[in-house]
Ligand binder design. Structure first.
Ligand SMILES: Nc1ncnc2c1ncn2[C@@H]1O[C@H](COP(=O)(O)OP(=O)(O)OP(=O)(O)O)[C@@H](O)[C@H]1O
Length: 659
């Protein structure tokens, strides 16, 4: 067959797959209609309709993207979901099956019975090309396939896309790691950490149906980033995963107040967990007087000794306070029942149920396990030096205690203004009172930036394993744990550290410049390599009027479909936005208000995790000079470009950039 005939035959197969999908959906609808006519089959109807809905032909992404020849007599087509024909024979298999793993992993030296791998190229949903790789002969070519490069370099703006068609072997290993393992993935900029974490979530949901009940949580650094990644899992057919920014887990609607990095770092320190534990448990008030239960006839008297005995193991085990209160009440009711029986009386089940809500027992429980809210406990610590000393002595130095205390106390807890770090402390206290709902698996992106207290807040919401993604070279918070070993220690579970080393986003010409910063910002990390060569990707423009030159650069991009990201020091953001608006150039924060701008204006503190076809980086020296993390911020800014990076500067460039 000629290549042209082969392409036509593949198109026929794609049409066949669409017909099969439609047929399966119609069949399910028919079954649902029949079940609806049978009374009592509501659950079955619901399930059949859900299945039919899943088979909707969304026409947004092609039904298959690859094919392998080899293990089966017939070629095996791989797509985002399973499609079968009228005889229930597979037409397309799901990318998450074991058979599909061969598509991602087979190499000439480890063929896995595959003789040929075929990748398909599409224009929208029209199949336009294919690229074959023979696995029976070793050409020694380990570079990226032409279609993979075309996919990465395709102009785009808008939310992140899935990479299901082009997952690389080392990424696939991570995606398919067993559910029980908690992984830490260290990788340089653009090595696919975020993409891999999201595909791992989709894989685990497919492999372990219980995760659909238990839930999966994806945590990102901020709302902008969460919006950027939030389309990936739905395109993979997983729309029930919960996405949240790390602050979003604990914040209410009030804007947090700013705070000195040194104070925030101390509040994020793991030792604070012990301080808070002591503060909560030191509030316990042992009983001193008899409690008289007047809701029964005759009355029952409970002595302090009995109460102490009823709650001694709850105190020893430090059972979360809300539960401890409930347990104590239940035990007190049993005691009342026994006491009445010994005196020849009985307590009916109805009376026992009413007794559980009786004021005398509620007062007893909250007298011992106080009802203070988490905010009240923290308020007391930050405003009363004696309370803090009792909880922190032997854990925090006197100087550290002084740093924590508020210089002027608000009149009441209702008037207190909380910082982000405070909100996490309140969450820690809340966890000692009543544990939050937990998820079966948690994916944590940009984990290098989290404080031990933030890590604890996330892990409190994790009932199973976690996947942590990050790059120690991109660490920009004063409270970060500092190394993956330290992060692992705070998680309290066994972890495996795995590495990704090849950047898909950043071309060689740009990554080389960013790598020059590594000896200063993260000397232990090896340079990132790039799988792509883009001649002319880096342009440096020295000028004497940056805003005017910026307008000039942007005008030149006007008729090109590439997305453009202007990355600049936070303090310059407002002035540049105003200047561009005056020039009639529309910009916005990326993924702001759900709309996608061709030109995004990004304060460097929000650039982490984002990417643009073309990045215009304003005044690098301003970024390096912005604070202790200036060089790390510059490293992040330099590595946001997929195809082109323009450095615009008036001031001398930092020495690492070849100045
Ligand atoms: N196997 C792949 N095939 C095609 N594109 C890929 C592949 N892996 C990653 N990419 C693309 O590379 C870009 C960077 O990926 P991603 O954002 O996941 O990297 P990252 O390691 O999280 O980067 P950063 O450290 O900057 O946050 C994305 O556009 C992603 O779609």
């Amino acid at each position: 067959m000629t290549a042209e005939q082969e392409l036509l035959s593949e198109r026929d197969y794609l049409d066949h797959a669409h017909v099969c999908l439609k047929h399966s959906r119609e069949q399910l609808r028919e079954l649902a209609a029949r079940a609806r006519r049978r009374p009592g089959d509501e659950l079955m109807v619901e399930w059949l309709e859900w299945r039919a809905d899943q088979l909707r032909d969304a026409n947004e992404s092609p039904l298959f993207f690859g094919r392998i020849d080899g293990p089966e007599p017939k070629p095996c087509y791989i797509g985002r979901r399973y499609v079968s024909d009228e005889r229930d024979e597979p037409v397309v298999i799901d990318w998450r099956t074991d058979m599909a793993a061969r598509f991602y992993r087979a190499t000439p030296s480890r063929r896995m019975e595959v003789t040929r791998r075929r990748r398909f190229g599409f224009d929208g949903v029209t199949l336009t090309s294919f690229d074959d790789e023979s696995l029976t002969e070793d050409t020694g070519d380990t570079g990226l396939s032409r279609l993979v490069i075309a996919e990465i370099e395709r102009s785009h703006y808008g939310p992140m896309r899935d990479i299901v068609a082009t997952i690389q072997p080392d990424q696939d290993e991570i995606v398919r790691t067993e559910l029980a393992s908690t992984l830490i993935v260290q990788g340089g900029p653009g090595t696919g950490k975020t993409a891999v974490g999201l595909h791992r979530a989709a894989y685990l949901l497919y492999e372990h149906s219980r995760l659909r009940r238990e839930g999966v949580l994806v945590v990102g650094p901020n709302d902008l980033f969460v919006r950027y990644i939030s389309r990936v899992l739905p395109t993979l057919g997983e729309s029930q995963v919960v996405h949240s920014s790390v602050d979003g887990l604990v914040t209410d609607r009030k804007k947090p107040v700013a705070e000195e990095p040194q104070v925030a770092a101390l509040k994020g320190d793991a030792r604070m967990a012990e301080v808070l534990r002591r503060a909560v448990w030191s509030g316990l008030r042992p009983p001193t007087e008899d409690v008289v239960v007047r809701e029964t006839s005759p009355y029952v008297r409970i002595t302090p000794d009995v109460v102490t005995e009823l709650c001694s193991d709850l105190v020893d085990r430090q059972v979360p306070l809300t539960r401890a209160r409930e347990h104590l009440i239940e035990r007190a009711v049993s005691h009342v029942r026994r006491n009445l029986e010994e005196r020849g009386h009985a307590l009916t089940d109805g009376e026992a149920r009413r007794l559980i809500r009786a004021k005398s027992l509620r007062d007893l429980a909250s007298g011992i396990f106080p009802n203070a809210t988490p905010a009240q406990v923290l308020f007391a610590l930050l405003t009363d030096a004696d309370v803090l000393r009792r909880a922190a002595d032997g854990i925090l130095t006197a100087d550290e205690q002084a740093i924590l205390s508020w210089p002027t106390a608000p009149v009441s807890v209702g008037r207190a203004k909380w910082s982000v770090a405070d909100r996490f402390l309140i969450d820690e206290i809340a966890g000692l009172m009543a544990p939050p709902d937990r998820y079966g698996h948690v994916v944590i992106d940009e984990a290098q930036d989290l404080s031990p207290i933030q890590l604890r807040a996330i892990m409190r919401r994790c009932a199973g394993s976690a996947t942590l993604l990050g790059d120690m070279a991109q660490r920009t918070t004063a409270w970060a744990a500092g190394s993956w070993e330290a992060v692992a220690a705070h998680l309290g579970v066994t972890t495996d550290l795995v590495r990704l080393t090849t950047s898909f986003r950043v071309p060689r010409e740009i990554i080389a410049v960013a790598n020059a910063l590594l000896p200063t910002i993260s000397p232990d990390l090896p340079p990132t390599v790039s799988g792509r060569h883009v001649p002319g990707a880096l342009t440096t423009v020295a000028c004497d009027d940056v805003p005017a030159e910026l307008v000039h650069v942007l005008r030149a991009t006007e008729h090109h479909p590439d997305s453009v990201g202007i990355v600049l020091d936070d303090d310059r953001f407002a002035a540049v936005r105003k200047h561009l608006a005056k020039e009639g150039i529309e910009t916005g924060l990326p993924h702001e208000d759900g709309s996608d701008h061709k030109i995004s204006l990004v304060p460097v503190s929000l650039a982490k995790g984002l990417e643009f076809d073309h990045v215009v980086l304003i005044e690098p020296a301003e970024i390096t000079g912005s604070g202790p993390d200036g060089r790390r911020l510059l490293y992040i800014a330099l590595t946001r470009a997929i195809s082109r990076l323009t450095l615009l500067h008036e001031r001398q460039l930092p020495p690492e950039l070849g100045a």
